[in-house]
Design a protein around this ligand. Structure first.
Ligand SMILES: C[S@@+](CC[C@H](N)C(=O)[O-])C[C@H]1O[C@@H](n2cnc3c(N)ncnc32)[C@H](O)[C@@H]1O
Length: 508
């Protein structure tokens, strides 16, 4: 969920080298899509010679290129034959429903302005605009843009509508900045009594209308500028959708857009905001923010919290950020708290988002069945640790068999990663446990790392509301558990090496 490649224990020169070579990956996928290589291979097998002849390319160069695509997981090579991988077959062949090639090539089109990043930092905003673009060229570019948005929207639409499973959604939907209308189409498919109005610039509406032809009787269109007063000439709407709109603008325009949405929403309706937010998929959100800086007039990626505060000022309730499994998240707001309660949210994902704010480096959801145990932990506590017998350390902790039984009471756990000092980490674990409890995980119980460091003195036999056992003190094989999940945990080799702390928050 945090989408961060950086690992303070491991990241060194290799990490820097990989960062610097990021564009190599991009260039490989851009080229493969431009060549329509995955279409050419299709469901067949092709030899290097066939592929090289088809593209009139140098055979040696083509083999090196194809073998790189194999390592990237986009092709499979078996002896002399190349095939599309499952991933490429699903998303990189043009006639597939979830084809992503158009959005991948749109990324390429955005690259030119990234070259100006250094100058953009000095100037504070995008440097170059295309002056007086020819009408036909502009139309072709808008078409490409809509296709690109459509690829992404289609791949996410069902992730969004599932929040409303079981909710009776009827009436009218206003899709603000609708683009291809993919999100509206997904809502119409799942909620048959809905009618949607697609609101966008006239240049976009013209293309979307053409694309959808007359196949959608429940769709109407409204051309206009969302930065002006919305002149909709209809009743209020039951759903207002703002998907990937806020990040195109700055605070002032976002306030205007939300004000207009508040004006046009039925008191028993939902405002649905779908976007990048800094709290979710943080690295991608940050990079998207820079992308807005180099490629738009004043777009930026916001904190979900800030948007929620604006909605609150306008009299709306919301449930905070609802992360999708992919890189974006939702805010669903309504003036009716009753209605909001009907919206499904993934309780554990929501909790993870809240806990991230406590400052954990990383959070991983796991099944309690994936927790590893070792008898060696107890032996290491008894022989080799100065804390043995003190506070809540063994033998005042839970013996391994009792811990195994305890974990059977819980289905899930969150592995929480932090760092020294021990006291600070343990306080965060307690706060995490409290947050989980307050969100309804009534059994929530935590195990932390190291000897209890909250108080300077401790009566080992007495009960203490604050003390929790450590994972290792209860027989958990912390190394193995972490390695099973992330493959990443190093033994500390030097005194000053970075140490990772882990806690486990048990959830029913
Ligand atoms: C990033 S796309 C999002 C499209 C779609 N909502 C989605 O999520 O796939 C932004 C859309 O907002 C529209 N838009 C941006 N500024 C607008 C404005 N001032 N008035 C009307 N539409 C606007 C664009 O034309 C484009 O279709």
């Amino acid at each position: 969920m945090l989408n961060s490649f950086y690992d303070p224990q491991k990241s060194g020169v290799q990490y820097l080298e990989d960062l610097a070579c990021g564009y190599w990956h991009s260039q490989v996928i851009f080229t493969a899509i431009e060549l329509e290589l995955f279409n050419y291979i299709g469901t067949e097998q092709k030899t290097l010679t066939e592929i090289s002849q088809h593209y009139t390319s140098n055979e040696n160069a083509m083999e090196r290129f194809l073998d790189t695509l194999v390592v990237l997981g986009l092709l499979v090579r078996y002896e002399a034959y190349y095939y599309n991988s499952q991933l490429a077959s699903a998303y990189l062949i043009k006639d597939k429903a979830l084809y992503q090639g158009d959005s991948i090539l749109w990324r390429k089109a955005l690259y030119a302005n990234w070259q100006d990043l250094k100058e953009t930092l000095i100037c504070g905003k995008r440097l170059h605009y295309i002056p007086n673009e020819d009408e036909e060229i502009l139309k072709q570019r808008t078409k490409k843009y809509i296709k690109a948005m459509d690829c992404i929207a289609k791949s996410k639409a069902k992730e969004i509508t599932k929040f409303f499973e079981g909710v009776h959604l009827g009436g009218t939907l206003l899709d603000v900045g609708a683009g291809s209308g993919a999100f509206s189409l997904a809502f119409l498919e799942d909620f048959s009594t809905l009618k949607a109005t697609l609101f966008d610039l006239s240049s976009v509406i013209a293309i979307t209308k053409e694309n959808l032809a007359d196949t959608q009787p429940n769709i109407s269109y409204h051309q206009g500028n969302i930065l002006e007063d919305w002149q909709l000439q209809t009743e209020k709407f039951h759903i207002i959708l703002l998907s990937n709109i806020l990040h195109a603008y700055s605070e002032k325009e976002v306030e205007h857009i939300l004000n207009q949405a508040a004006k046009w929403i039925d008191p028993k309706g939902f405002i649905i905001i779908h976007d990048f937010f800094l709290e979710h998929y943080s690295l991608k959100a940050r990079l998207s923010d820079l992308n807005m800086m180099v490629n738009t007039y004043n777009g930026k990626v916001f904190e979900g919290d800030w948007v929620c505060k604006l909605l609150k000022k306008l009299g709306f309730y919301d449930e905070g950020l609802l992360p999708l499994e992919s890189d974006t998240a939702l805010i669903i707001a309504s003036k009716s708290q009753e209605l909001l309660k009907k919206v499904h949210r993934d309780q554990k994902q929501y909790l993870m988002l809240k806990l991230k704010k406590l400052g954990f480096r990383n959070l991983q959801l796991l099944s309690t069945e994936d927790v590893a145990f070792t008898e060696v932990a107890a032996v290491k506590c008894q022989f080799g640790c100065q804390h043995y017998g003190l506070g809540k350390c063994p033998p005042n902790s839970l013996p391994i068999e009792k811990t195994k039984k305890l974990l059977k009471e819980f289905k899930y756990a969150l592995l929480l990663e932090g760092e020294p000092p021990t006291k600070g980490f343990q306080k965060k674990i307690l706060k995490a446990e409290k947050e989980a409890y307050q969100q309804g995980f009534y059994k929530a119980f935590s195990l932390w790392a190291g000897p209890c460091s909250l108080c300077s003195q401790c009566e080992p036999k007495s009960s203490c509301p604050q003390a929790r056992p450590s994972m290792e003190g209860c027989g958990i094989d912390v190394f193995q558990t972490v390695k099973n999940l992330t493959g990443n945990l190093e033994t500390v080799k030097n005194k000053n090496d970075y140490v990772k702390y882990f806690g486990l928050l048990l959830l029913e």
